[in-house]
Design a protein around this ligand. Structure first.
Ligand SMILES: Cc1cc2nc3c(=O)[nH]c(=O)nc-3n(C[C@H](O)[C@H](O)[C@H](O)COP(=O)(O)OP(=O)(O)OC[C@H]3O[C@@H](n4cnc5c(N)ncnc54)[C@H](O)[C@@H]3O)c2cc1C
Length: 414
């Protein structure tokens, strides 16, 4: 399906597609079967993406080692990258580093950008974003945050317990959300800190065993911060504006998740169409069975609607809107579309869909988290519903709910 993307976006997408077809997918085929790739392979992939295909960190400014493309023009690159679990890693548009790079670019000081952002873009560092806490701390309701940071001279002392910090085991530094003003509402009393992983008191307890991970493999760590001291310069962004900055990170990051995952859905449908076009049974190819054709048609339709909605939300962000409601809508809808598309592809491919010769099993395991991570479905629906009911004007209710009854007065009544 073609979209009204700019010439520049199409040019970037073509380069990303060439990298995927010529390098990433062949490598994926070699590595498939639950194997993870080594750090050396990741470095090689990134070098190839950068040097030979000129497609690397398109979303980051040139001053920091990226390509300086607009969010909107980078969009189809994220979609292409999502067609393999290795794609985003290769092009350095991989979560959570991608969201952390965006935040450091937006809110970091010159020193923070030099020390953390630029090596992160290069791929020399790995980062984590540490916000979610075990029961009864911050999760779906982030106001329940318990981690604190107390000022002591020109240092901050951080105490707390986090988990599900993606990359937490491998991370060189962590961006940690903590309460800095206990008297204020959490939305006005929390701040973000850059915490080096080797700082005293950072205890990476474990990689929480989990479903998914696939060819790249990544940890989701439980981490205790026990009296961790960081200097004032490690405050990221404004004091007590941690939630604001987290939103600045999470809004676009939710949308880039949607872009990558829609690429995964596209690839799943490509595989389903290829398999069913080749495989014969009951006197014809499977692709000639209407029951499968119609389900593929529905999946294609829903994916197109998702990709159109993602473009609409990206356009709004590009002109400076927060686009909270469109982003929440994209998040809930795309997660459902992608999950269903992968499930359909598994079904279409029969036992091959379950096996690991194809990437579908890895996709299937990875997509499930998308309905929980960065805000569960119910949390985004809550936001959308609140907005929907805000528009209800009580003065206008009666005529709306009395449809069909005689019109009591007013011009045009009979
Ligand atoms: C793969 C993965 C990677 C992650 N990476 C990170 C990371 O890098 N950094 C980080 O900080 N966190 C990360 N998380 C955590 C993630 O952001 C949280 O899991 C998510 O915000 C939900 O919080 P919770 O797990 O505490 O669920 P809970 O708050 O315990 O909620 C449980 C369930 O209850 C339902 N629910 C919640 N609220 C409502 C409501 N108001 N109405 C109805 N139902 C509701 C939802 O279905 C939800 O899934 C990751 C999670 C996963 C699975």
């Amino acid at each position: 399906m073609e979209y009204a993307d700019s010439d520049r976006a199409n040019e970037l997408a073509a380069r990303a597609n060439a990298l995927m077809e010529e390098v990433v997918l062949p490598l994926e085929r070699e590595r498939i079967g639950g194997m993870t790739v080594s750090d050396g392979t990741v470095s090689d992939l990134r070098e190839t993406a950068r040097e030979e295909y000129d497609i690397y960190a398109p979303q980051i400014g040139e001053a920091h080692g990226g390509m300086g493309e607009s969010f909107r023009d980078a969009l189809p690159v994220f979609e292409e990258a999502g067609r393999s679990l290795l794609g985003a890693t290769a092009m350095r548009v991989d979560a959570p580093d991608e969201g952390n790079m965006h935040l450091l670019e937006l809110a970091g000081t010159d020193l923070q950008q030099e020390t953390y952002l630029e090596p992160l873009v290069e791929g020399d560092l790995v980062s984590g974003f540490s916000m979610t806490e075990p029961m009864q701390g911050g999760g779906s309701d982030p106001k329940m945050i318990r981690t604190t940071a107390e000022r002591d001279g020109d240092e901050w002392v951080i105490d707390g317990h986090k988990w599900w910090t993606t990359n937490g085991v491998e991370a060189d530094f962590l961006i940690v959300l903590a309460r800095t003003d206990r008297d204020a509402h959490p939305y006005e009393g929390c701040s973000l800190f850059i915490v080096p992983a080797e700082a005293d008191g950072v205890d990476v307890v474990r990689n929480v065993p989990h479903m998914g991970g696939g060819t790249r493999g990544s940890s989701h760590a439980e981490i205790v911060y026990d009296g961790v001291r960081v200097p004032d310069e490690h405050l990221l962004g404004e004091l007590n504006a941690g939630f604001l900055h987290a939103q600045q990170r999470l809004g676009p990051a939710r949308l880039t998740h949607c872009m990558r995952f829609s690429g995964m859905a596209q690839r799943s449908l490509e595989i389903a169409k290829a398999y069913t076009s080749e495989r014969e049974g009951f006197g014809s190819t499977l692709s000639e069975k209407d029951s499968l054709r119609h389900r593929i048609a529905d999946a294609e339709t829903r994916l197109h609607v998702a990709r159109t909605a993602i473009r609409d939300a990206a356009d709004r962000i590009a002109v400076g809107e927060e686009a909270r409601i469109p982003v929440s809508m994209c998040k809930v809808f795309t997660a459902s579309v992608v999950q269903d598309a992968i499930d359909l592809a598994v079904q279409c491919c029969g036992a091959n869909g379950i096996g690991r010769d194809l990437p579908l099993a890895d996709f299937y395991e990875n997509v499930r988290a998308f309905r929980i991570v960065d805000g569960a479905d119910e949390v985004h629906r809550r936001v959308i519903a609140r907005h929907a009911f805000e528009d209800v004007d009580e003065a206008e209710l009666e005529p709306l709910t009395r449809f069909g009854e005689p019109n009591r007065g007013g011009a045009g009544g009979r």
